[in-house]
Structure formats: C-alpha cells, structure tokens
Design a protein around this ligand. Structure first.
Ligand code: PEP
Ligand code: MN
Length: 360
C-alpha cells in the first residue's frame, strides 16, 4: 500500500466538510427513531448519518439490529435531510443489500477488521464499486492487522478509503470501554499520512462524559474528523445507551471542539508544538500506567516477604536494579544524575508501599 493523495479525495469531492462530522444512533431501531434523530442532527456541521443496521453483539440474544428493513429508512434520511447514510457491513450479503439501497458509505467494524478472511470477502464484494470504505481498528492492539485490513480493501481497487480509531479491548478495569492507545493510530498516521483518520470517542469512552475530551485530543493530533453516537432518546436506546448523547448535546460538543486550521508560519509552529505536547501527554499516561503496575507488584512482594518474615530492604537486589538503570541511562542520553534521583524516588516509594500497602 502506497501513500497516495487519492485516498482522501472523496472528502473534498463529496463536500462532506472538514473535519468530517459523523453522528447518529448506535442502531437503527424504528423508522420514527431514525427520522427524528436525523432531523434533529441537521442544521449544524453534521454531514454524515451513522446507524447500525446489523449489529455485532458479543452475546447472542442481545439486540442484533433490525437488518435490511432499515435500509429504506436510511434512503429516506438522505432524501429528506441530505445527510449521507453510513452503515457497518460485516458480510458480502450486507454489502450487496447496502449497494441495492444506494448506500455509498460503509465501515468495517472492529471485530471484522480483526479477521483477514472476513475482510477479504468484504473486499471482494466491494470490488468495482466506488463505495467509501472506512476500516475501524481491530479490537486487539495490532497495527499490522489494521494495515493489512486496509490493504485488502485498497487492493480490491477501492480508493475512497479511511480509517476509524475506536480504541482497543481491555481486560483490566479501565476508565475507558476501549483504551485509546494513541501510539497505535499515530503510528498508522505516520506511515499513511494520506489516509483520512477519524475518531470514534463513543466506543472509546463507553460513557457520555469523556466524549468531548477524547474528540478534542484527536483533533489536536490532526485527525480528519469525528464519529459520535447520538440518539433522539439515548436512555431508551436498544444498544449502547450509556454512551449515546442527545442531538442537542451532540451539537454542543461539535460547537465546543476547537479545530486547528492549517495555515503557514506561526500556526504551523503552534500546531507542531501542540502535537508534540499531546505525544508527551500520551507517553506520560503510559509511564503512570506502568508505575501503577509496578507498585502493585511491589505490594505483592511486600506481602510475600511478610509471610516469611524477611526484611523489606534487600541491599544486594537494590544494587542490581540500580546499576541496570544507570547502564540504561548511559546508553540512552539520560543523565546519570537524573536517573539516580529517579531511581531513589522509586525505591523510597516502593519501600513505603511494601510497608504500608494494604491493597494489592
Ligand atoms: C459501532 O460503531 O456501532 C460498532 C459496533 O463499533 P465497533 O465495531 O467499534 O465496536
Ligand atoms: Mn455502538
């Protein structure tokens, strides 16, 4: 897959606006819900109306989408509001039905993009069409799997392509439903700067109160747009009720987002600085996560030592840890002085956690 400006041409040709603003319910439920939501989403920056027709649910028995009968509702959305319908496709039959109903924008979901067989079948079904295809990151944090999925679609001759960052599954407790792991989409962007990337903060957050912040971070990192779930009555939604916002709130979020325009000189400098600072924030977060993980293990060691009545401070072990850190500093342009104070602070806190740590 090469870098090719053609990949982003559809954004301008379709006049969808920049940043691309996609909103709509997690699922199409009834014709009335679809139409009421779509109408309420017009009049602002939203140009694309998302709605799940076939839903990939983790558990059987959960609402799996109303299926094909929602497609004429989406045609009605296009006709009456001008919003461009956008749906998820997971099988060649979905693609075929969507094409029959003149759906021009389709995305490949996170569970599907993790499966090369399924992606290949979709790519074959899409071949020869000028569908706009956006590929969500796979559920697991694997950059190559994501690139591979996009590549299969591109090789099928689809030039109107984009990607959606929706976060990655986590097993541990986390404030996010799907951890952003920003370093992965950023690595994607570095390799393929001409493939438009948008953020799906709804599925990253899993709740309403962090959507704005995640969307703003993405725009600061020069993403090309946002996709946010919005439902006319979010609390009554048949899927993902907790993360959907009312159209009114959606308009507010979009209005409050700061979009940094690319202009020469000063603005470019400011943008570069902002982008680098965002990188630092992301790295800091990773450092904090690792620190928390380290302290948890330290507390376990504390418990273990206590059970055998072994002294907490083991000088020999500490000397080993310390000298490894100093070696590392020498090899990586980190001053020995800094590493010494850092390791001493880490050691002090670890001893404190072993003595007092109750949680583990
Ligand atoms: C969705 O966008 O409705 C959806 C199911 O998302 P994902 O594939 O990211 O879980
Ligand atoms: Mn959803």
């Amino acid at each position: 897959m090469e870098n090719d400006k053609q990949y982003r041409k559809w954004l301008d040709d379709m006049q969808l606006g920049h940043p691309l603003t996609v909103a709509g319910p997690c699922s199409a439920e009834t014709e009335e819900q679809v139409m009421d939501t779509a109408r309420a989403l017009t009049g602002g920056r939203v140009t694309v109306f998302r709605a799940g027709v076939w839903k990939p649910r983790t558990m059987p028995g959960n609402f799996e989408g109303v299926g094909e009968k929602a497609l004429p509702w989406l045609q009605r959305v296009k006709k009456e509001t001008g919003l461009e319908p956008f749906i998820e496709v997971a099988t060649p039959a979905h693609v075929e039905k969507a094409l029959k109903h003149n759906i021009k924008m389709m995305w490949i979901g996170a569970r599907t993009s993790a499966n090369p067989f399924a992606v290949q079948e979709l790519a074959d079904a899409l071949q020869g069409t000028n569908t706009i295809v956006m590929v969500k990151n796979p559920v697991n944090p694997d950059l190559d799997l994501w690139i591979g999925a996009v590549n299969r679609v591109v090789r099928a001759g689809i030039k109107n392509i984009g990607v959606i960052h929706r976060g990655f599954s986590v097993y541990q407790k986390s404030p996010y439903r799907n951890k952003p792991k920003w370093q992965i989409p950023l690595a994607f962007k570095r390799r393929f700067p001409d493939i438009p990337m948008i953020i799906d903060p709804s599925h990253i957050c899993g709740r309403r109160d962090c959507i704005f912040e995640v969307a703003q971070t993405a725009l600061d990192l020069r993403y090309d747009g946002v996709m946010i779930e919005s439902h006319i009555r979010p609390d009554e939604a048949w899927s993902d009720a907790k993360q959907q916002v009312t159209p009114e709130r959606l308009h507010q979020i979009i209005h409050d987002l700061t979009v940094r325009k690319e202009t020469p000189e000063d603005e470019t400098f400011r943008l570069n600085l902002l982008e680098l600072r965002r990188h630092i924030d992301i790295i800091d977060e990773q450092i904090f996560d690792l620190l928390a993980e380290r302290m948890q293990i330290v507390r376990q060691i504390g418990k273990l030592k206590k059970s055998r009545n072994i002294a907490i401070l083991q000088s020999k072990r500490w000397e080993e840890v310390f000298s490894r850190a100093m070696d590392y500093a020498r090899r990586h342009q980190i001053s020995e002085e800094f590493m010494r104070s850092f390791m001493n602070a880490l050691h002090e806190e670890s001893i404190f956690q072993q003595k007092n740590g109750k949680k583990s």
